[in-house]
Design a protein around this ligand. Structure first.
Ligand code: FAS
Ligand code: PHB
Length: 402
């Protein structure tokens, strides 16, 4: 980032790609661009500690693992990531294992916390000496439909203007990027679920060596992990639930009430080191491009975490966007940029479908009548008896091709 002559009360800076947001999408794009010699600046609203402290996703598709390897940030992932070749569904106390590796011809997923992915990317960026402007305030996008887009922001009271060729909007669901697109140019699709996930992180061994997704009339529960010593558990709670209303003891009692007895018996309660409630929604904004602004990750779409797709969709968006920018700068072709939105949305909608389907299969919808409960039971019975049904689930869970 070069600092050009400063105008009155304003510093002029320039880069090739301005990235808004230092979450996994923004950091991964920045890493790939930097290694390809394409200048970029990341503007992040929060401070570094906040970015590094967020507890979110836990399951990586192979496509994301491969992309992190290409970005040169997979060394710790290779050492500490847990490769999983299957997981279990439980329905009203009955367990059914989905053999991912056998059903998909050898494909697996890797359990490795998003927090660790973010740390690896932040440290790699620092090692490359690439600029991330933390605590950038009042970020605003200008002239995004022109050949000279600009981003203004305040840092330590100083107003800056960042001139660039392209803007990557990687600032999540509540960011400024999607909000900068004229309403008439954007078409949004949304489904808000009448419940959230109360998640707990605890330094106790996991209840099972694989993930267990449990459907129960009391509500959904998930047994996941971060390592052999650290577990991640979730239970479905009403939409308006408050985390302070849940003691650790009440959480573990409710969790075990929803699990098959053998799984419940293997849960080791302990003091939570993180406890939070995430709302569940399905959301897509179309198109994912407006002029020189390209949306990626949660800035463009949200999935309920049931299918473990949110983080992985951010990765496939970045695969497409990086390839398109690389093609622009190195081959002088804009075919990738012009095709980005349609290509990304084709994969996004398939993941939206899968996440919506898994959420409807496993959650208790209080406002629904007995018919839906019977349909859920029939879905589960069909999965238990049909290899074709399990194969369809497995190929979506490991991740459809990029
Ligand atoms: P992120 O939201 O991670 O990052 C956006 C960044 O932009 C943030 O650092 C933010 O501070 C910054 N920003 C926002 N506005 C800005 C502005 N105006 N200017 C500058 N910067 C700005 N996915 C799963 O697969 N499994 C899960 O279990 C799961 N659990 C989740 C729990 C929660 C509470 C949430 C919110 C999401 C969860 N997700 C899960 C989805 C999540 O992992 C996202 O898919 C992933 O973080 C997407 O990464 P980004 O697109 O980079 O967005
Ligand atoms: C997690 O470990 O945080 C996790 C795993 C699988 C999911 C959602 C969250 O589907």
């Amino acid at each position: 980032m070069q600092v050009e002559d400063s105008r009155e009360a304003e510093k002029q800076v320039r880069t090739q790609v301005a990235i808004i947001g230092a979450g996994p999408a923004g950091l991964l794009l920045g890493q790939l661009l930097s290694r390809a010699g394409i200048d970029n600046v990341i503007l992040e609203r929060r401070d570094r500690d906040y970015v590094l402290s967020r507890i979110r996703a836990g399951v990586l598709e192979q496509g994301m693992v491969d992309l992190l390897q290409e970005a040169g940030v997979s060394e710790r992932l290779g050492r500490e990531g847990l490769v999983h070749d299957g997981f279990s569904l439980a329905f009203h106390g009955v367990l059914h294992r989905i053999d991912l590796e056998e059903l998909t011809g050898g494909r697996t997923v890797t359990v490795y916390g998003q927090t660790e992915v973010t740390r690896d990317l932040v440290e790699a960026r620092q090692a490359l000496g690439r600029p991330t402007i933390y605590e950038a305030q009042d970020v605003a996008l200008h002239d995004i439909d022109s050949a000279s887009p600009r981003v203004t922001f305040r840092k330590d009271g100083q107003l800056y203007e960042l001139a660039c060729d392209f803007i990557a909007g990687c600032d999540g669901y509540h960011g400024v990027s999607r909000a900068s697109v004229p309403a008439a140019a954007l078409h949004s699709f949304e489904r808000v679920y009448p419940f959230g996930w109360l998640g707990v992180l605890v330094d106790r061994p996991p209840a099972s060596h694989e993930l267990v997704y449990a459907g129960h009339e009391r509500g959904f529960a998930l047994c996941s992990m971060r390592s052999a010593e650290r577990s991640r558990y979730y239970i479905q709670v009403p939409q308006d639930e408050r985390v302070e209303d849940w003691s650790d003891e009440a959480f573990f009692d409710e969790l075990r009430a929803r699990l098959p007895s053998e799984t419940a018996a293997a849960v080791t309660p302990g003091p939570s080191i993180e406890k939070s409630i995430a709302p569940l929604r399905s959301f897509v904004a179309e198109p994912m491009r407006f002029g020189r602004l390209f949306l990626a990750g949660d800035a463009a779409h949200i999935v309920p975490p049931t299918g473990a797709k949110g983080l992985n969709l951010a990765a496939s968006d970045i695969r497409y966007l990086f390839d398109a920018l690389h093609q622009h700068y190195n081959e002088g072709s804009d075919a990738g940029l012009d095709g980005y939105s349609a290509r990304a949305l084709a994969r996004v909608w398939k993941a939206e479908r899968f996440s919506w389907w898994m959420t409807n299969l496993l959650h208790h919808f209080p406002e629904r009548d007995g018919f839906d409960g019977r349909i859920q039971q029939a879905e589960f019975d069909y999965l238990k008896q049909s290899r074709a049904a399990c194969t369809a689930l497995a190929e979506n869970y490991v991740g459809l091709p990029y």
